[in-house]
Design a protein around this ligand. Structure first.
Ligand code: XMP
Length: 329
């Protein structure tokens, strides 16, 4: 795609001019498409003066940390510091049931970890990093109408920005936002040129607060996170095997904080209930529930109950957005 190749050249040059030959840059990788493409671009521009951090907050999906790190290191040759902050996050979230409170705590802890990362780096380099890379897209930038001269030919709807995190408060970092004029499909095209694996570029969106918004209530209850990871993995893998992953905007499982009675073998059980959610959407602002084939649902539900200990009931979410949101919290 010649147009995106031009964009890439221009953006690389712009980053080089902005940062100069001395300054260092930091970036928090979320494992999502935007921050990954942004970091890869900046890495091309300034090499090892880019310092990336990936935070395992204990709220990631099955093997997600390993998969994401593998993509960064093996496919993209993007050096990244991985911080295991599971205990810090889960410790702060213990007993918290209010969804907004959960989000706030997670956002705050992200900033704390990022601050610590930047301070460590300062010690190592003997100088403060000067810039921060963010994977901000055009729809995040414009509020209601685009500024003059930046009109895009696209007719995408505008989505509100609600990423977890924000800027470390007293660091005075200047921003580098190389994707600021691009839409999602353009970012994917750019990612392709930068050799980001196709499967990575096509991954369903995943919320910043992670599985915390998919375990209803206290995320530390029992083995909820572990159960959810297993159920989610079976669901997603079945969707991929059925060849329908790319027709779905987002699919995931939700852990419900209730138990129901079941019978497995000749045992009466009193176990967990999980919900499956899959939707189609253009931009996440509105969504329709995805209509799986009967046989698919039947097989997935059986597989889940047969292989995930402690689950004896599977239900499907058949509401659209509105009135529901995509996530349950
Ligand atoms: P809702 O649940 O509001 O979700 O219909 C719309 C889209 O946004 C994602 N989402 C989030 N993403 N931080 C994020 O980075 C969040 O706090 C958050 N909440 C929801 C959701 O997965 C869906 O794609």
């Amino acid at each position: 795609d010649w147009k995106m190749k031009d964009v890439l050249e221009q953006e690389i040059k712009a980053v080089q001019e902005k940062v100069g030959a001395e300054d260092h840059v930091i970036c928090a990788l979320s494992g999502g498409v935007d921050s990954t493409v942004a970091a890869t671009l900046v890495h091309k521009a300034i090499g090892e003066r880019l310092h990336c951090v990936f935070v395992d907050n204990g709220l990631l999906r099955y093997k997600e940390r390993e998969r994401v790190i593998e993509t960064f290191e093996r496919d993209l040759h993007l050096p990244v510091t991985c911080v295991d902050a599971t205990e810090q996050f889960l410790g702060q979230l213990k007993g918290v049931v209010d969804p907004e409170m959960k989000r706030k705590i997670i956002g705050r802890e992200f900033i704390n970890i990022f601050d610590a990362f930047a301070h460590d780096l300062e010690q190592k380099l003997g100088k403060k990093p000067a810039y921060l890379v963010q994977g901000t897209l055009y729809p995040d930038v414009i509020e209601s109408c685009p500024p003059p001269g930046t009109q895009s030919t696209h007719s995408h709807t505008i989505k509100s920005h609600h990423n977890v995190g924000g800027l470390p408060k007293n660091m005075k970092l200047k921003l580098i936002e190389p994707l600021k004029l691009l839409f999602k499909d353009e970012v994917r095209a750019l990612g392709k040129i930068l050799d980001v694996p196709e499967a990575f570029l096509k991954r369903h969106p995943f919320p910043g607060p992670g599985l915390a918004v998919r375990v209803l209530g206290d995320v530390t209850q029992g083995n909820a996170l572990e159960v959810l990871r297993q159920v989610d993995e079976i669901f997603i893998q079945s969707i991929k095997d059925a060849g329908i992953y790319d027709s779905i905007w987002q699919a995931f499982a939700v852990f419900l904080p209730i138990r129901s009675v079941g019978v497995q073998g000749d045992q009466r059980t009193h176990s967990h209930v999980v919900a499956l959610r899959a939707v189609t959407s253009q931009d996440g602002m509105t969504a329709d529930w995805y209509n799986f084939e009967h046989k698919f649902l039947d097989e997935v539900a059986r597989k889940i109950c047969n292989s995930v200990r402690g689950v004896n009931r599977v239900v499907q979410d058949i509401t659209s957005k509105p009135p529901s949101t995509i996530e349950w919290e």
